[in-house]
Design a protein around this ligand. Structure first.
Ligand code: ATP
Ligand code: MG
Length: 365
């Protein structure tokens, strides 16, 4: 078997700083576990604009289409605010998402015990929490036609958006959710508003169809999204994988993020269709941005990016044991009380630097 291939795009701001810590983890696997990755590193965002005049070079795009997974840091920063829209750093990211056709956005909400008191909820509600929200990313009300602000013929105006989902759009994201559930705890809860929306009725029918015809062994339940929002805050541990549309997923994944604490802890993934080897096209990235306010100061928390790599191990490289090792090391370091500044709150303790956090995770490995 060839080594798994990984394209690393550190990007801008704190992106390169947190990615340097991921490189330590990758090197550790090579030295201690005899697991090697074919790593290519390239530019994206403002860094690519500075070098090539475009936020993503065609060669980089071609490489992204070939590799088993892309790992991205962050793009953008004040230096690029005045650029023309067509070459803004964010356009590099959008091009990757669009050309790789990454239609399923994965946001885990995972609570590390040592941070359970950091959550906005009671410790017993979140401790041990480990759920995954799969949000449809390329269709639905954010893209449906007709849309626009028009005259309403009565002297006023009307704002219009259209929620529209096709059978194939629903089925493909449902398949992503069922595949993930098989690698986790075998349960999927689908959320829509089939009580009031036609697209919700179709959503429920098609998810059920995929279940009955392709994944009968996975447990499937359906919930109205408003009830789901309540349950997510009341008793989040009842869920394993939640699959939902673009709009509801946007809201539910942000709510779920706050179950667990800091932006510096949150990984994400975006998945597309299966490639020839059966694995989905995939890009992994921390939820946070380039954080220009702390860039270059060694203050960034590298854990979100390291956990994004752990997701790649689990979902792109079929190495769940290795993902467990990385997540276990993060848990151990947090249990030792080691904290970057974003995890300290009001306490009088002194924070570690980005690089010290990376070194502590290596030591725990
Ligand atoms: P973008 O538009 O790229 O999302 P943003 O400014 O909206 O950028 P972030 O870059 O994520 O959002 O930053 C939001 C806040 O969170 C900033 O104060 C930043 O310093 C902080 N922050 C983000 N990521 C981290 C991290 N990894 N470690 C520590 N603090 C972080
Ligand atoms: Mg932002």
């Amino acid at each position: 078997m060839p080594n798994p291939s990984l394209l690393i795009l550190p990007g801008d701001g704190i992106g390169p700083e947190v990615m340097a810590e991921v490189r330590k983890v990758i090197d550790w696997f090579g030295t201690h576990k005899d697991v090697s990755f074919d790593v290519t590193e390239d530019l994206v965002g403002g860094a690519a604009y500075d070098a090539h005049g475009v936020p993503l070079h065609d060669d980089t795009m071609a490489m992204a289409q070939k590799v088993d997974a892309v790992l991205l840091g962050a793009v953008g920063g004040p230096k690029y605010d005045e650029l023309d829209f067509s070459v803004k750093p964010e356009r590099g990211l959008l091009r990757l998402r669009k050309e790789m056709d990454l239609f399923a956005n994965l946001r885990p909400a995972q609570c590390f015990d040592a941070l359970a008191d950091f959550s906005s909820l009671k410790t017993e509600i979140v401790s041990g929490l480990d759920i995954m929200i799969v949000r449809e990313l390329t269709s639905g009300i954010y893209f449906g036609e007709p849309r626009g602000i028009m005259d309403d013929n009565e002297g006023g105006r009307v704002g219009i958006n259209t929620q529209r989902y096709t059978t194939s759009e629903i089925r493909r994201v449902a398949r992503s959710a069922f595949e993930l559930a098989k690698k986790r705890n075998n349960r999927v809860c689908s959320m829509e508003k089939a009580n009031v929306m036609e697209s919700g009725i179709l959503w429920r029918e098609e998810v059920q169809w995929v279940h009955d015809n392709e994944y009968p062994e996975v447990e499937l339940s359906h919930m109205y999204a408003d009830a789901g929002a309540m349950q997510l805050v009341r008793k989040p541990k009842q869920f394993d994988v939640i699959v939902t549309d673009n709009l509801f997923g946007d809201l539910l994944s942000d709510a779920a993020a706050m179950l667990t604490g800091s932006l510096g802890m949150l990984p994400s993934a975006s998945l597309g269709a299966p490639m020839a080897n059966g694995r989905p096209k995939a890009m992994y990235e921390p939820v946070h941005g380039s954080a220009p306010d702390i860039a270059g100061e060694g203050k960034a928390n590298p854990i979100a990016c390291i956990l994004s790599f752990a997701m790649a191990l689990r979902y792109s490289f079929d190495m769940p044991q290795h993902a467990d090792i990385v997540e276990g090391a993060v848990e151990a370091v947090l249990a030792q009380g080691i904290r970057t500044a974003d995890l300290l709150g009001e306490e009088g303790k002194s924070p570690v630097t980005t690089s010290e956090m990376g070194d502590a995770i290596i030591a725990a490995l």
